[in-house]
Design a protein around this ligand. Sequence first.
Ligand SMILES: [Zn+2]
Length: 492
Amino acid sequence: MIRRTLPPDPPRLISTLLLALLTACTRPAADASSDAGDTPTTRPNIILISIDTLRADHLGCYGYPRDTSPRIDALARESLRFQYAYAQASWTLPSHMCLMTSQYPHVHGVQRESQSLADAGVTLAEALSAGGYHTAAFISWIYVSRKFGFAQGFDEFTELLPTKDQIDNATTAAYKAEEVSDRAARWLDKQSPDKPFFLFVHYFDPHIDYDPPPPFDALFDRGYAGSASGKYAWLSTFIKELHHQPRRIAPRDLEHVVALYDGEIRYVDTYVGQLLDALQRKVGLDNCLIVLTSDHGEELDDHGSMEGHQWTLYEEVIRVPLIIRPPGRRPRTAVVETPVELIDVASTLLASAGVATPTAFQGGNLFDLPSRGLPAARPLFGEIQRHNRRQFVRNGRYKLIHTDDIGKNSRGVPVVAGHELYDLSADPRETVNLARDNAELVRTLTAELEQMLTLTPESGRTAPRAASLSDTERRQLESLGYVGAGQPAPAP
Ligand SMILES: [Zn+2]
């Protein structure tokens, strides 16, 4: 198999409305009259919004009862919303690389902070640039920076990263959403209507530390009088992978920490709304194809630990929101139950832009789903190779997680190697490991997992380049639980 295509079975779970919607959304934006923008284009402007560390199930449009996301929910109401979108890794660098290259982690090869995308690697921005798009990015964390190859294909690449003085004095950990949206809006002011653009905007706010500015810090837990904090320094004592015998967070403290995380989401939602307002004013949303997603989720004691992310592959860290608002004014609402992967996003955007898909891309076109079918025969895959080595494969209702036997993880804590098997239909929170009593199913899914690891595009795999961190960068990453002491997981 060269490029992973969507299976040929007829759709079973997709809304019947979807076929008409997707047919409509493949038409150029200029076909749709617009009362909002005055710069119709023959091809849509493309806006890709990534909100770091955003669990799908903490958004209102994904059923969360707390009002964390009014603007994103409003966007989702006029979009295709993918109920089961999976990241291919549970931390920022490899996951964003999958999003941008449409390749699985073992193919693009960027799985640790010592690795950067090869020059020969092909990115979404490069493909769109070659197809006539003006390309620009605003990123707010080092793991999505030029250092790791993310600038490839961008005409303008703005890194909103703290200065050395800010890091040394711990005054600014990362740029806030307000600044990111403001910078992107100012960039929009300068765009010419003559050429479609691709704009990538990366927000960092829901990531640890959970410290939203007022009033978002107290929005969801006004009465708390305890000492719990959203800072990594406080939360790290509850992380299983760091301690042989981690403490367990108290229920009331957990409530408060979750309220802080949710406050970050509501804060970033406000400024995503500001970006959408700017797009409406400058070019009209009807002339845009907008994607909103995340690179991974976050564990908030779901599996007995305040793990954050980067360590495991449970649903709370790999299921992400995926909302795609097609161009035009036609009805666009649909909930897609088909499980999909982040590597599908780039292929979908290129198809919508009328740009040929590079042979290096492994993702499918999500707009083909109605005619190309559904999920049962389509495995989904992801992996991490950093502090430990884990892979997952999901096929239909079952999900297998495999943990390699490497003895101890990068922090010296013993690794429990082996298989975990979950029935996501009956047990969506992955509480009961069925592996011991279902050896045949484990064998079948293990074979599928091994098959996924052999997938290689026609263009072959690229060996990553070496990347290195400065002392300042290393100190900043250590303060949020990255890098630090210990040895990396052994090479495959
Ligand atoms: Zn991230």
